[in-house]
Design a protein around this ligand. Structure first.
Ligand code: IMP
Length: 181
């Protein structure tokens, strides 16, 4: 099968993603030049974004991974977050930046930010590639945003539907028949 056959339209092209990463990397390099932050990548969707982003940065960053699941059906978040893989390092006194693929309801990040406050991080910020603002259920605002997207289910460049489509090099909208089946 060809993954691209399931895509209704390309929302963000490879060139646009490259431009977004260049801009965000510049902002982060400036803001964190002397801070040696910990970038916490939330698996698995943000992996492609993280690796492209940090390669464009010219300031020191540490990279850590967390895996969380939020119960609910496959396409919406319930806010009931479970940590599947935690960090291997302490964040106490450290500047943390969450690297996310997409903020939708905001429930996952709200939970993680509260958690990191109790772990006494010095600062906690969010950098998300995509922001589905319309669908927000809690008051969470990302400090760094690649671009906002409409309230449609998107895949590619790390984002999946049932673990598929993560390796598409662009962000696209799935044909409805793909997820209705
Ligand atoms: P939130 O807790 O609703 O903000 O959920 C964020 C998580 O839901 C993201 O990290 C994605 O894993 C997933 N998600 C939300 N919207 C989409 C989408 O359009 N495509 C793929 N995954 C999505």
């Amino acid at each position: 099968m060809k993954l691209s056959d399931d895509i209704e339209k390309v929302l963000i092209s490879e060139e646009q993603l490259e431009a977004i990463n260049t801009r965000l990397a510049k902002e982060l390099s400036t803001d964190y030049a002397e801070k040696n932050p910990i970038f916490v990548c939330v698996l698995k969707g943000a992996v492609l974004f993280l690796t492209d982003l940090v390669r464009k940065m010219d300031s020191p960053v540490e990279i850590e991974f967390m895996d969380v699941s939020s119960y609910g059906d496959e396409m919406t978040s319930s806010g009931d977050v479970k940590i599947l893989k935690d960090l291997d390092v302490s964040v106490a006194g450290r500047d943390v930046v969450f690297i996310e693929d997409i903020i939708d309801t905001g429930l996952t990040l709200k939970y993680l930010i509260e958690l990191f406050k109790t772990r006494q991080a010095k600062s906690v910020r969010i950098c998300t590639l995509l922001d589905k603002e319309e669908n927000r259920q809690v008051n969470i605002k990302s400090d760094y945003v690649g671009t906002t997207v409409p309230n449609e289910f998107v895949v590619g460049y790390g984002l999946d539907f049932a673990e598929k489509y993560r390796n598409l090099p662009y962000i696209g909208v799935l044909k409805p028949e793909v997820y209705q089946n």
